[in-house]
Design a protein around this ligand. Structure first.
Ligand code: BGC
Length: 254
């Protein structure tokens, strides 16, 4: 992969962006982070994204731009809204961002972008078969990659397990909210990854999200037959993946 692109990662608490070197996944600009306007409504998020793009130094006018978002994104339309305003549901968000930014963009789900970042520059790079990316944060995001090709909009964080939407029990936010010890949390993660393993027979699980920095505390407690590894990119995964998706040139496996 060569060239550069801008990656913008929209989340419930912050909007982050940078210019990315697509050959290496390195950031070529400062990483700008602006708090998400309260309520995460469309007007506020659009205006903040415009501000972010204006603050990126060294931005070339024709640089490809990728934006990732915490929602199911189908043909540019946001079909859900996690930790942002429900007003996004049903909007042609891609078009709204293009109008606000005055340029074409590539628009994707945030976990899909994180998975694509790992396939391009991280733990799923060159993996032969099915890699499942999981992001353990406020919610649980998931992405399916087959030989580096993304199958978009997997929403396994909402699997119903023991009568609960699993993200409400096994996300990092649930761990913090309920003050769970690592072993208690790992029991819930075991149910989640165990179900994914049964249904998908993957070749690799990747664990992302800020908490994956502490992977030594919980990954060894899981009993799975699928290899499970921490993500290489944590806080920048959305930025890197959104940028890479804007160009989408993962070389096919030889
Ligand atoms: C949403 C996903 C999103 C994930 C991480 C979930 O609640 O349904 O679309 O990828 O949170 O933000």
């Amino acid at each position: 992969m060569s060239g550069t692109a801008v990656g913008i990662d929209i989340g419930g608490t912050g909007i982050k962006g940078a210019i990315v070197d697509l050959a290496t996944g390195a950031l070529l600009s400062d990483r700008i982070k602006i708090p998400t306007p309260k309520g995460g409504k469309p007007d506020g998020i659009l205006a903040t994204t415009v501000e972010l793009l204006n603050r990126l130094e060294g931005l070339e006018p024709d640089a490809p731009v990728g934006v990732c978002f915490p929602a199911v994104v189908k043909h540019g339309v946001t079909l859900s809204a996690a930790n942002i305003s429900k007003k996004w549901i049903g909007l042609h968000a891609e078009e709204l961002f293009e109008q606000a930014l005055g340029r074409d963009i590539t628009f994707a789900n945030d976990a899909d972008a994180a998975g694509y970042a790992e396939a391009s520059f991280g733990a799923a790079r060159g993996v032969d078969g099915v890699a499942i990316m999981t992001t353990l944060g406020t919610g649980i995001g998931t992405a399916i990659l087959h030989n580096g090709v993304l199958v978009p909009n997997a929403e396994f964080g909402h699997l119903e397990i023991d009568g609960h939407d699993i993200e409400t029990r096994a996300s990092n936010a649930a761990r913090e909210r309920e003050n769970l010890g690592w072993a208690e949390w790992a029991e819930r993660l075991q149910k989640f990854y165990g179900a994914l393993e049964r249904y998908l027979s993957p070749d690799l699980f990747i664990v992302g999200g800020g908490v994956s920095k502490q992977h030594d505390e919980f990954i060894p407690l899981l009993s799975l037959s699928t290899p499970i590894v921490p993500a290489v990119h944590r806080n920048n995964a959305g930025i890197l993946g959104a940028a890479a998706l804007a160009v989408r040139t993962i070389p096919p496996l030889s």
